[in-house]
Design a binder for this molecule. Structure first.
Ligand code: NDP
Length: 463
């Protein structure tokens, strides 16, 4: 049962999959069942979030097998669990460089160097920004790229808001935002919506949405928070000001191709080029699946189908080249346990509160720990439908586990604990705050590397 090592004594993987959307996980499920023992790099901060675009959507109503629809993050959790169950080895980090010009291919992932005989690229696509003059100034202060993550925060409830875009995302997000009592201006640059008929109908029948056709966003204004949009009528050139407290982008995507520039062939829009319907790239042994090679279909189900094709092609290619071998893993650094999906912790109250518990939920625990505990306290503000929160929570729990009780964590659902979220000035989810002895030490917005939280907690322990 020997395994191949190269001259630098690296174990060479059979297959590394980069990307954790439906394409990556489906490739992993097929490769796992073919005994390839694939390693899957989930990604973390670069190019979107682990789990991909379905992590920032609500109900997916067109994925076969779910007659009543399924929440995007839940669907991704199920795919992840299925991949893990079939022996996929997950590394929850970003790949920072990939060399395809020499075989076996090499990757840098966090502190790890990995060699592999074959590679499946499933890095997907990321949400576009407009690049307005004042965009950075109001990013997270009124502008957001994810209505589903941030829309339910107190700052956006019962307010005038705007969504920009005319596709499925824009329509879905506009409709979602009205659930919190807001009035939504949908700004569409062309004369038509390009969303599917079902979503167009949802917008048309929602009296809290006003669609503005042929309107272009020129810039945003405000003081410490977004106050109004400068909007141009593309037909007449007329400029108007629109009072809103929130602006949500839904203007399409760019393929995550940066790691492969100068190595693979791309089409004119930057998508990785293949023969139509095929997973082979311009380099033998490198296959591609999902949105990074698909500017046209971009559906969960088409990504999954291309992941299946990529895995089957890889299996055949490795067999033909006689490159398949048994992988020996010294220890599991898998990091992902199917039990991570099991989030059974009850909301805290005076009966179930535990002063030394590693992780609790709700404002009761927060108040008690804030006033009574001298340990560093990590608070994560989440929303039930927020995909990135879903990704971050198990990471934080792992950090606390590793610190063996020297720090504690509390989860606050901003929809259940609106007042406390308002007091804490939360403008989006996930937001993580680190406190010690009632002082705020650090705040993070969005998904970050596990090491960042760990390092700050260790510093706080030393002070
Ligand atoms: P799309 O690319 O489909 O739509 C982007 C929209 O943004 C278009 O209306 C486009 O306008 C507009 N746009 C692009 N650039 C600008 C700009 N600079 N200024 C103003 N408007 C701009 O992206 P989506 O994210 O909506 O959808 C991506 C994929 O995901 C699609 O395949 C979609 O079907 C799928 N999806 C499915 C969902 C579901 O089934 N529930 C939910 C969300 C997405 P124009 O039309 O003029 O080009």
């Amino acid at each position: 049962m020997g395994f191949e090592v190269d001259s630098a004594n690296f174990q060479i993987e059979n297959l590394v999959i980069v990307g954790s959307g439906p394409a990556g996980y489906t490739a992993a499920i097929y490769a796992g069942r073919a005994n390839l023992q694939p390693t899957l790099i989930t990604g973390l901060e670069l190019g979107g979030i682990p789990g991909g675009q379905l992590m920032t959507t609500t109900f997916v109503e067109n994925f076969p097998g779910f007659p009543n629809g399924v929440m995007g993050p839940e669907l991704m959790d199920l795919m992840k669990a299925q991949a893990v169950r079939w022996g996929t080895y997950l590394i929850e980090e970003d790949a920072t460089s990939i060399d395809l010009l020499k075989h076996p291919f090499s990757l840098k992932v966090g502190n790890l160097s990995i060699k592999t005989n074959s590679l499946i690229i499933a890095t997907g696509a990321r949400a576009n920004r407009l690049g307005l003059i004042n965009e950075d100034k109001f990013w997270n202060r009124g502008i957001s790229a994810c209505a589903i993550c941030d829309g339910s925060t107190p700052q956006f409830r019962k307010e005038n808001l705007a969504v920009i875009g005319g596709g499925d995302s824009a329509c879905e997000e506009a409709d979602y935002l009205t659930k919190f009592g807001s009035y939504v201006h949908l700004l569409v640059r062309s004369r038509n919506l390009k969303a599917c008929a079902a979503l167009q109908e949802r917008v048309a029948s929602n009296s809290l949405i006003k669609v503005h056709f042929e309107k272009e966003l020129i810039d945003v204004e405000g003081d410490h928070w977004l106050k109004n949009l400068i909007v141009k009528n593309v037909k007449t050139g007329e400029i108007e000001s629109l009072d809103v407290r929130g602006l949500f982008y839904a203007i399409g995507h760019t393929p995550n191709n940066e790691l492969f520039k100068g190595q693979l062939s791309f089409d004119a829009k930057g998508y990785i080029k293949t023969e139509p319907g095929r997973p082979e790239t311009s380099i033998e042994g490198v296959f591609v699946a999902g949105d990074v090679a698909d500017s046209e279909w971009r559906q969960g189900v088409t990504a999954a189908s291309s992941g299946c094709k990529a895995a089957l092609s890889t299996e055949r290619w490795l067999a033909k080249r006689k490159l398949y071998k048994l992988i020996i893993r010294e220890k599991s650094i898998n990091g992902t346990d199917i039990n991570d999906l099991d989030d059974q912790i009850q909301l805290s109250n005076e009966n179930n509160f535990q002063s030394d518990a590693l992780w609790q939920k709700g404002s009761y625990a927060l108040r008690r720990l804030y006033h009574e505990s001298s340990k560093p306290l990590l608070i994560i503000y989440t929303a039930s439908e927020c995909g990135p929160c879903h990704v971050l929570k198990p990471q934080l729990k792992r950090v606390l586990n590793e610190l063996e009780g020297r720090a504690q964590g509390v989860e606050i659902d901003i929809q259940n604990d609106e007042e406390i979220s308002r007091q804490a000035g939360i403008t989006g989810t996930p937001t993580v705050q680190l406190f010690k002895n009632k002082s705020l030490i650090k705040e993070w917005k969005g998904v970050k590397q596990k090491s960042q939280f760990r390092e700050e907690i260790i510093k706080a322990l030393a002070n």
